[in-house]
Design a protein. Structure first.
Length: 718
């Protein structure tokens, strides 16, 4: 009888933790595959597996479904106790990835479902060439990876059949933490399990994100802002701590500074902020370093920024920025306002009247624009020329200029080529000398007079003074290349104006050269200049309450210029005079008169110049003039009445040659006392008479000298 139904057999399966979980008989065939006819002693049993394929650990056992299911030819049943025994299924399960993990920065721990070999016969340890690695760059820094070795997890060599191992790899660049890698067999015939099942290249470890190993760097787009802040642009957010916390601090960066002969000599980091000038919290990719300069930079200085060291700046993963990272050298923006560094004619200086004076104003740097105003105080005809063609500004005031004028040159709104504005006005003030003050000593005196006459004689027209226009003292010379009356009159006008203004003040002079001869008496003063004197100056100060002093102009003779000024109130007299070439100046005479009983105190200051204008003599002398009365006088006694003394005053003139007698008589005509009886020098006299021996009454005081008789009454009251 043939076995006609699968149900006549029973299949039992043990899984032994294999992949397949159950088996089911599906058909029976002859060993040649034909349909059973019965009586076969060998059959082929076909079955299916649940969760195929088998992994080689499962077993199956086939037996009669029951004691009455299968018989032999004589009707004996095949009992259910008879079985095929346990039959192991063949391993048909291909190896696959069980787990994968990036355990080191450059190594992945791979877990495979079963041990792997490089050969299909289950021999040989797997090789780096058996696997390939795919990289998903994700805009990261690294783009390619290469497997360098496969080892046991402890780093030892493989022997074959390992299911857990390390795949070591290198990247073409440091990963930045966004790249992903994936491991797979190189081909479908690269790695095998012990049964020769090849691992498909379609299976992989799955994508794993690489650790960030890329240090942060400074981008070339970093720049210097208009207000001289270094704007650092970096590849990733920065922190001051390797734990990925804390904002960048000023100590994290250093600066290299080059003055390059600029105005600033040093720079420091004053503060660090975000690009919005807010405080840093960490993680910023744009950071501003605010620079503090010791002086305003002038635009030639350079600076670069770099990490203080290899352990000062970090990214979120703790990668330190190399201290070789740096910005480029930035050229510091010019913040120094332009200025006028010097002027060829200094502020408050004097400029000539008739020769053009070019004033050079030197600049600290070229200007792109400026404003200029040139003003004067006393005329409205001022003209000037400005030359801006060179590195300096050249200003020329066009002559002739007014005497004793004031000029203001005002530079404002000076802007340099970097558009830095100097917003304050720079003012230079210049003055012209008084017409005739050739030596610019703020006085018009004998030295100037000497210069005028010398220049006149030599036809040196740089010193001509006329004709003039305008009003005194702000004359404007209209040069005519000749000397004449207009030159002399201009000097005279200015001389008198100046000396009236100065109240005839002249300083004392130390003795120099041969002294002038000065003789003084009660009749007058005579001054004899030293030899070769061409121009002279005589100045007197005297107590005008005691003496009067007058210049005898006739004594100057033919001198072409004789200038004199007197102030009787303050007691001052000035005479300045000169002579034509080849002649010495004359001896001068001065009349003196006593104005009272007080002795006259006189100071004489003199100076004399030769025909070349050189000082040859100067000095100061003081002398006294005794008071000499012009007439006899017997003044009233004082006090009167008196007890017992009174003062008797009388004057003896210079002309008296007779004996002087002063006597006192009482009311009866009796001589009481003789006070004077003899010759007296001219002068003023005071005598105190004591009448204590006389009785009260009227007395008469009599002065007799030649034909002169003077009488005064006095009363003694006791």
């Amino acid at each position: 009888m043939a076995i006609t139904k699968v149900l006549q057999l029973y299949l039992a399966m043990e899984f032994m933790e294999g992949n397949a979980t159950a088996a089911e008989l599906t058909s029976l065939r002859k060993t040649n595959g034909s349909v059973l006819a019965g009586g076969e002693d060998s059959v082929t049993v076909f079955f299916t597996l649940s969760n195929p394929p088998a992994s080689g650990t499962e077993t199956i056992e086939i037996a009669s479904a029951s004691d009455g299911s299968v018989y032999n030819s004589i009707g004996n049943p095949l009992t259910s106790l008879e079985t095929t025994g346990l039959v192991s299924l063949h391993d048909k399960l291909v190896p696959t990835f069980a787990a994968s993990e990036l355990t080191l920065d450059t190594a992945i721990t791979i877990n495979i479902s079963e041990g792997l070999f490089t050969n299909a016969d289950g021999t040989g340890s797997i090789l780096p060439a058996d696997f390939s690695v795919d990289v998903e760059q994700n805009n990261g820094n690294a783009s390619e990876a290469t497997i360098t070795a496969i080892t046991n997890t402890d780093g030892s060599e493989l022997s074959g059949g390992e299911s857990v191992f390390l795949i070591h790899f290198i990247m073409d660049a440091l990963p930045s933490g966004v790249e992903q890698i994936e491991i797979r067999p190189t081909t479908d015939q690269s790695v095998f399990d012990a049964s020769g099942n090849a691992m498909f290249m379609a299976v992989s470890s799955g994508e794993m994100t690489l650790n960030d190993l890329l240090p942060p760097s400074i981008r070339s787009s970093s720049n210097l802002t208009w207000d001289n802040q270094i704007e650092l642009r970096v590849t990733e957010g920065l922190y001051t701590s390797n734990s990925g916390s804390g904002g960048i601090e000023i100590s994290d960066f250093e600066l290299e500074f080059n003055s390059n002969n600029g105005n600033a000599q040093s720079v420091t980091i004053g503060s660090t902020t975000s690009e919005w000038n807010t405080a840093l919290g960490g993680g910023e990719i744009i950071i501003r370093l605010h620079l503090d300069f010791d002086k305003l930079p002038s635009g030639t200085e350079t600076v670069r920024a770099f990490p203080t060291n290899d352990n000062s700046i970090f990214d979120a993963s703790g990668n330190a920025m190399y201290d070789t990272e740096t910005t480029t050298f930035f050229l510091i923006n010019d913040k120094l306002p332009p200025e006028i560094t010097s002027a060829s004619v200094g502020d408050q200086d004097t400029i000539p009247l008739i020769s053009g004076r070019e004033i050079e104003f030197s600049l600290s740097e070229p200007l792109s624009s400026f404003s200029l105003s040139v003003d004067n105080k006393y005329t409205d005809s001022l003209q000037y020329v400005l030359d801006t063609a060179s590195a300096v500004l050249r200003l020329t005031l066009i002559p002739p200029l007014a005497s004793l004028d004031t000029f203001t040159v005002t530079w404002s709104n000076m802007r340099d080529t970097a558009n830095v504005l100097f917003d304050s006005a720079v003012v230079y003030t210049y003055y012209t000398p008084a017409l005739g003050d050739f030596d610019w000593d703020e006085d018009i005196d004998a030295s100037d007079l000497s210069q005028l006459v010398t220049s006149w004689h030599e036809s040196d027209y740089d010193y001509e003074l006329g004709p003039v226009t305008g009003s005194l003292p702000h004359y404007i010379i209209q040069t005519d290349a000749e000397f004449g009356l207009d030159d002399g009159m201009a000097f005279v006008h200015m001389w008198y104006w100046k000396n009236q203004l100065n109240a005839l003040s002249r300083p004392e002079r130390e003795m120099f050269g041969k002294a002038a001869s000065i003789t003084a008496s009660d009749k007058g003063i005579t001054v004899t200049p030293p030899d070769s004197a061409f121009t002279g100056q005589l100045y007197f100060e005297y107590n005008s309450s005691a003496v009067s002093l007058h210049f005898d102009k006739q004594s100057a003779g033919s001198s072409p210029f004789v200038l004199s000024e007197r102030d009787d109130i303050s007691g001052k007299l000035l005479v300045e005079y000169t002579e034509w070439m080849g002649n010495d100046i004359a001896e001068l005479a001065f009349e003196t008169h006593s104005l009272g009983r007080e002795t006259g105190q006189i100071k004489a200051v003199y100076a004399f110049f030769d025909q070349h204008g050189a000082l040859i003599s100067e000095g100061t002398q003081r002398f006294k003039l005794s008071a000499i009365p012009s007439d006899f006088a017997l003044h009233p006694v004082y006090p009167n009445p008196f007890n017992p003394t009174t003062t008797i005053r009388f004057d003896i003139p210079n002309s008296n040659q007779a004996i002087v007698r002063i006597q006192i008589f009482d009311i009866t005509g009796r001589l009481v006392d003789t006070l004077v009886d003899g010759n007296l020098d001219p002068g003023y006299y005071d005598i105190v008479w004591n009448g204590n021996r006389q009785s009260s009454g009227v007395y008469f005081l009599k002065l007799i000298s030649g034909d002169i008789r003077k009488i005064r009454k006095m009363i003694l009251l006791k």
